[in-house]
Ligand binder design. Structure first.
Ligand code: NAP
Length: 544
């Protein structure tokens, strides 16, 4: 396919790379996008800040990092050869194995030759009269393209630690989301970790094993379900490989993109206390995936939610020997309001003699000082501080780039009251720009790989139709975008999602507008909607 590329034909500057499509980011979204556009016959490249593929799995090398969706499902489905030849070792694979898979995919589909590594995009500007995107990178290079696909990730831009006195601290400090490549020796060291979200819940048991002491600074207790991780046996792998097509079909038709989640069909309130306990215990023993979907109304009804929440609290009390620590570790908010964590020996770790838990609600962190962390109560002498304080989720990576659309409108200004998009795929005023798993799409609320594949396939078809129809520009209508935003809000309000301070609403980043960013209506509903829109001549879009 030859792209009808308007371009800046007078510009013959050899330092400017002109290409049909530029993809920003070489994570799982960017890599599949590149492969799909290559297959379509477009000339496309990826600009990637890192020195390798993998996106969030490139950066998040902290001890214990793993996926929380079973690996046989947290993998690409687009190539049967790929899924037949690749062997996952564990139910939930480690970060190194996931990164190895990303590299395998990049090599197998010869993607690396189209990826410019160590290229951090600093600005992207739409030039209206020539209908091209102009991108600048921090190394001073310039790129032009008709299409610009932002595959920048939802959980990729770290929430930077802004603690007072951080520069005065004499010890070593690390951020889970930007962990060093070399092994860090913690033996004999006093370590502190700030945060108790999914990253910390995975890291804490391993940090505790490898350090002299571990002090955990907790602001909000989190629900966590044992992952029950284990190696996969050959019979199980054979079954999955023989049945991959039906498993993938089930993922695509499911609410959260997970085939083996065993979604309950009853209300938690229509069964007896004993029956509920039996069901929760069964799912607890099975491990993580599926716990929250035991009943239809855990996510929507406070009383139903409390039954699952109290079950987890009772488990915490059972596991953690010190009742005060158990109480501190017991979350008070609705279960599933924040992303549920998956762990291996998380609560058990608090029974170790070298681990202590500090409630920073009670005694807030005032600052970092030369010797460690100072709370309102005392100074904790620490050789190492680990910041596990999460991400500027969904919008951080996009707004980290100075994106300018029509009439010089900046995305930062358009999104100053929270992100706005049509389907989480496109933004009014920013023609020919697509976002993969952007705010307004279901993305982070389930299996990201399924979300990524659906987005990439929709965008590919959209570009193919643009070229087949001889169009130069596509962007959503203002009214369509507004209607989608109202719909996102309406469905979010039918759930308990607004009832706590999660990163879904941007609450973890000081000053960020409180808006529920992903679409909670379900992957299945969303996919149907996207398909209807494209089949019906791209309803809600202006194509010229
Ligand atoms: P997170 O869930 O946002 O957790 C950050 C933690 O840091 C929270 O406990 C937060 O407390 C705390 N925190 C933030 N700022 C703080 C401050 N100034 N002082 C004290 N505490 C502070 O981040 P995350 O653990 O990196 O996980 C983010 C998401 O990434 C997850 O929800 C998940 O979707 C994904 N993830 C997945 C896996 C996996 O299992 N595959 C692993 C890691 C991450 P508050 O709760 O009070 O804000």
């Amino acid at each position: 396919m030859t792209v009808k590329f308007q371009g800046d034909s007078k510009n013959t500057d050899p330092s400017i790379t002109k290409i049909d499509a530029i993809i920003v980011g070489a994570g799982f979204g960017g890599m599949y996008m590149l492969h799909s556009l290559n297959k379509l016959g477009l000339k496309a490249i990826i600009l990637e800040e890192a020195n390798g593929v993998g996106g969030t799995w490139y950066w998040n090398r902290y001890p214990g990092a793993r996926c929380d969706i079973p690996s046989i499902e947290y993998s690409y489905s687009f190539s049967d050869e790929l899924q037949q030849e690749w062997e996952w070792s564990h139910r939930y694979s480690t970060q190194p194995e996931i990164l190895e898979y990303a590299n395998h995919v990049a090599d197998r589909f010869e993607l690396k030759e189209h990826i410019r590594f160590n290229e951090r995009v600093i600005s992207a500007e739409y030039v209206e009269n020539s209908k091209i995107w102009k991108l600048h990178t921090s190394s001073g290079n310039m790129y032009q393209s008709k299409y610009c696909v932002m595959a920048t990730g939802s959980l990729s831009s770290i929430n930077k630690p802004k603690f007072e006195g951080i520069d005065s601290y004499n010890g070593d400090w690390y951020i889970t989301g930007k962990w060093p490549h070399e092994k860090i020796d913690l033996s004999g060291k006093s370590v502190g970790i700030i945060g108790t979200g999914s990253s910390a819940v995975q890291a804490i048991p391993i940090l505790a094993e490898n350090s002299k002491t571990l002090t955990v600074f907790q602001r909000t207790a989190n629900y966590s379900i044992p992952a029950n991780n284990r190696s996969l046996d050959s019979e199980e792998v054979r079954y999955v490989k023989d049945n991959y097509s039906s498993i993938r079909e089930k993922q695509r038709k499911g609410k959260g993109g997970v085939a083996f989640s065993n979604i309950g069909l009853k209300s938690a309130l229509e069964v007896s206390h004993e029956e509920r306990l039996k069901e929760y215990q069964k799912r607890w023993d099975k491990g993580y995936v599926g716990f929250i979907s035991a009943y239809t109304d855990i996510g929507t009804n406070e009383d139903a939610n409390e039954t699952a929440a109290e079950f987890v609290r009772s488990k915490i009390r059972e596991i953690v020997k010190n009742p005060n620590t158990a109480e501190l570790l017991s979350p008070k908010n609705a279960i599933g309001c924040k992303r549920l964590c998956a762990d291996t020996n998380y609560f058990e770790t608090y029974n170790r003699d070298n681990v202590s838990l500090i409630d920073v609600n009670e005694t807030p962190i005032e600052s970092l000082v030369p010797d460690g962390v100072k709370t309102t109560e005392k100074t904790f002498d620490l050789d190492v501080v680990v910041f596990a304080i999460g991400f500027d989720a969904m919008t951080g990576a996009l707004l980290g780039i100075d994106i300018k659309g029509k009439n010089g409108m900046k995305l930062r200004d358009k999104w100053s009251d929270g992100p706005r998009s049509y389907l989480g795929l496109t933004v009014e005023g920013f023609p020919n720009m697509f976002t993969i798993t952007g705010p307004g799409s279901p993305s982070v609320l389930g299996n990201m790989m399924v979300a990524i594949e659906q987005h990439v396939e929709w965008i590919t078809k959209c570009i193919q139709d643009m070229e087949a129809d001889g169009k130069n520009e596509i962007e959503p209508e203002f009214t369509a975008e507004n209607k989608w935003m109202d719909h996102i809000e309406e469905v979010a309000n039918q759930t308990l999602r607004y009832s706590c301070n999660s990163w879904y609403v941007g609450a973890n980043v000081p000053g960020k507008k409180r808006v529920f960013m992903p679409y909670v209506g379900g992957y299945d509903v969303y996919r149907k909607k996207c398909n209807e829109i494209s089949t019906n001549g791209y309803q809600g879009f202006l194509r010229i």
